[in-house]
Design a protein around this ligand. Sequence first.
Ligand SMILES: C[S@@+](CC[C@H](N)C(=O)[O-])C[C@H]1O[C@@H](n2cnc3c(N)ncnc32)[C@H](O)[C@@H]1O
Ligand code: SF4
Length: 427
Amino acid sequence: MITELLELFAKKEGYHFFHHLKHPDLTQIEKALTGMQNKQIALYIHIPFCQRLCPYCSFVRYRYEETPALVYMKNLRKELELYLDLIQNTSTRVRSVYFGGGTPTLLIYPLIDMIRYLQDRLGIEEFSVETHPEDLTLEKMKALSKNGIKRLSIGVQSFSDDILRKLGRLNANSNFAQKAISMAQGNFDTVNVDLLWDLPQQTISHIEKDIQTLFKLDVDQATFYPILPTPNKKTLLERQFHKINRGLFRKNHTHKRIYEFIQNTMKEHYIPSTVWCFSKNGTKIIDEYVVDCTEYIGMGCGSVSMVNDYYNVNTFPVDKYNKFLSQGNLPIVRSNKLSDWQLSNYQLLTKFFGVRVPKKNILQNISKKRERWLKIKLAVLKKFGYLVENKNFFQLTPKGMYQVNLLMRQTFVGMNTLRERCLEGGI
Ligand SMILES: C[S@@+](CC[C@H](N)C(=O)[O-])C[C@H]1O[C@@H](n2cnc3c(N)ncnc32)[C@H](O)[C@@H]1O
Ligand code: SF4
């Protein structure tokens, strides 16, 4: 019962949050950026092009064509420069950069140019890049590792060809993925493999095969994404992946059973880095800049940022994004300054998504009011057995990990709904 109530709470909060985003006050947002002192932030850079569009995918993505993709990359660079000019006189340090998509490696040379620019201008060393297994050639892999990319994330989704076919994946042949992983392993600090679960017609044996293949290939890290529904998806093919009726007050417990199976099987060789991600040596990690850095700037169409208590959302359609940048403007279309209540929820969710939270990371440098909210919420979570506490850390229990997985999924439903509505409405 408590599980359902917490999920209902997350749904309500998510709805309230995403539906009450306002038109941005750019002067205030720029003031928040220039006022960021002694912060360590992450950059997320979105490159939305793919060879083929998978029907289940909930990210902003477009079919790759060279000319518009190159125009987009030029505008990304303009957006990057606008932000770097705003933060250059602050003591804020950019700690890491994550290139997500889409399939960023489709634009390997413009991508490498941008990485070199960031290395020269800011001296950043931590770069992560996402790729599709069929896009990762030996040449691209060498270009990435030679230019300082530390972490590579490969979107495998499943090691079963029947599931890949149902997912509408290019070629639907998991041998490509196995080859890409073997080629990449050892050439980066971390190679991450993305897998999907809770898919229609996927069984525990499919998941078992996925995990045994991870063990066989000795993969550094694996992220198990539950399929994150987008209630507004329109076509029949898309909608089969976007049923959300299993979320609240579910009659069957498949979702929980699969999650526990993943937790229990992965723990033979891996340690959880987030509630969805398992690492061989337990070191962190590739994807979750929101866990490591409370503040981050998202660039590219449909990206979001969290800076100095402002949550900002970029325009979603690529043509609108290009128009903003060609006029020299930040492409922010929605924004909100978060209240102490919202910030404490946001912080709880993102920090506990990382499973183990140093106390100093969650309770230091925050307002008295936010600290009070956090302490009350932490006490409630402890009471229900979702977390344990020692001298320096809070840590989720396995039951708590399942709970945070549900809350995170619910938050993504809110985010995905916003994304589809904005794309539809040209926002
Ligand atoms: C944006 S993709 C980039 C990787 C690359 N384009 C690929 O597909 O191989 C990153 C990951 O997001 C995950 N993803 C995409 N759509 C999703 C959805 N609706 N629910 C859950 N995860 C999703 C997939 O596992 C994918 O590998
Ligand atoms: S899952 Fe990857 S390849 Fe498929 S549409 Fe999404 S970003 Fe593109």
